[in-house]
Design a protein around this ligand. Sequence first.
Ligand SMILES: C[S@@+](CC[C@H](N)C(=O)[O-])C[C@H]1O[C@@H](n2cnc3c(N)ncnc32)[C@H](O)[C@@H]1O
Length: 234
Amino acid sequence: MRQLKQFFSNKEIANVLDVGTGSGNFLLVLKDIFPTAKITGVDPNNESLIDAAQTFRDVSFKRMSAEQLDFTNHSFNVVSISMALHHLTDVDLALNEMKRVVKPGGWIIINELFSDNLNEAQQVHRMVHHFGSRIDRIQGINHNQAFKKHEILQFVNEAGIEIQFHFEHKKEENKKLTSVEIEEKVVKMKKRLDTVKTHPDYEILKLQINEFREKAVVYGYQSATRIVIVGQVL
Ligand SMILES: C[S@@+](CC[C@H](N)C(=O)[O-])C[C@H]1O[C@@H](n2cnc3c(N)ncnc32)[C@H](O)[C@@H]1O
């Protein structure tokens, strides 16, 4: 991410913590921005951490939730969280933990999809995301719908993190899915739906699969826009 690389190019960053690192998508970005820093990734999901450790041999991994970071105060120059805010049980608590483990004058980076001001192809993506998050919640897994952009900024402001700058970015341009790709997604959605067969929302969720198919044909499919926020902890 050009803006991040430029901003941090004249800053001494020795160590970075990536919260909710999953299988490590954002580690690629962090390694590019901070090529010499020691990077640690944490996530409560052990399977993802095993995946990530196979890909990123030079990163340390620990199993941990954002709401309870097992590090002493002021441990890191930078703490990041990417695409995980809407997975948290308590966003305020997590941001306070991230603040606690950043060194004074250190930085917090947030990369998060948002659910408003989307084009029609992105609304198709949002529909699939909401479908998946509803099934996760039925299964007792914490997974909220994506937040609106102003809600994400509000979380950060209310946590007392000084926002230095923020920008939007899109992962890909509007992509027309082929009928085969649409059917592949439909098969995946049906498989997930099968796991909640006895739930009262089953029929509503089933209708959403048809709606996805119809709208994907007309509008295509594009990931929701993300906001990247860089904040400082004074
Ligand atoms: C969509 S993935 C994002 C992975 C990666 N950071 C990225 O940018 O692609 C969301 C991650 O949040 C993790 N997660 C869920 N609950 C969490 C929590 N309470 N604290 C930290 N991470 C959590 C999930 O295990 C999952 O790996």
